[in-house]
Design a protein around this ligand. Structure first.
Ligand code: MN
Length: 132
């Protein structure tokens, strides 16, 4: 069973932090810096979960979520938006685009891994460090 999480994020610092926090729990993190390569990498690597930045160059996170949902092979994978947008309606827009949930930046390093793991489907394989 895969322990792979796909992170679609253009910001180097956020990428570093998320990768560090999740690898410490036993997850394998694969990274794409933009939407089109994120969708391609999702098809190639079959991650258990996708973390999706909304503010991406070119194709924004809403469009990426829609593209993931439009692919029957990718549709079952949970997609969690991670965004610094705090405008009213953004959460709804994420969910309407097909995201399963929404986590706000700045990331809380203590809470983040468990917040992400909460979106895994029941019965999904988890590394030993992850919450059951
Ligand atoms: Mn960004």
């Amino acid at each position: 069973m895969s322990r792979r999480i796909l992170l679609i994020e253009d910001n180097e610092q956020n990428r570093y932090l998320v990768t560090f926090l999740l690898e410490a729990r036993g997850w394998e993190v694969v990274h794409a810096p933009d939407g089109p390569s994120g969708v391609a990498l999702a098809r190639e690597t079959a991650p258990v979960l996708i973390l999706l930045d909304i503010q991406l160059p070119g194709m924004d996170g809403y469009a990426v979520a829609q593209a993931l949902r439009a692919d029957p092979a990718l549709d079952p994978i949970p997609v969690v938006a991670v965004t610094s947008y705090a405008m009213p309606g953004d959460r709804e827009r994420c969910l309407e685009s097909g995201c399963n949930g929404y986590l706000e930046k700045p990331i809380d390093p203590q809470a983040f891994p468990a917040q992400v793991e909460a979106f895994l489907p029941p019965g999904a394989a988890r590394p030993e460090g992850a919450v059951p």
